[in-house]
Design a protein around this ligand. Sequence first.
Ligand SMILES: [Zn+2]
Ligand SMILES: [Zn+2]
Length: 153
Amino acid sequence: MELSIDLPLDSAGFLRRECPHCEQQFKWHHGRTDTAPEDYLDPEIYFCPLCGQPAAPDTWWTPAQLELVEQHAAGAVHDMMGDVLADAFKRRRSSSLKFTVSKNERPEPPDPLTEPDDMEEIAPPCHPWEPIKVPETREAPFHCLACGAAFAV
Ligand SMILES: [Zn+2]
Ligand SMILES: [Zn+2]
């Protein structure tokens, strides 16, 4: 079973992220920026711009994003189970049992998330093609997403 879920980006193409270490939120640019060198490889580890701790790329979900994924999964599992059960009952023609999948039972599709254009965009001097957005009230030092180097703006 495959699920594809579109997570919303803000108008500048940034995706909201939450650090698994400090649980603070920031945004990173989704995909490569135009200024990235051609031979630049996406990092295998990202550093939190706020606390500087490293974590794997798939560990930065916000609670709202995780909830969205769970709701999509619940709907897909419901559909799949309905098909499997309906098939099983179709083959038992003498069965006096009746099986229907009520449309009402399917978990409601979640509201799409919306991404406000909040936070301030900054870029580290060491990897300027890896811009981030950080809360406006936040003060330096910040850390480069790609290498973890501390910088001020
Ligand atoms: Zn952090
Ligand atoms: Zn860097």
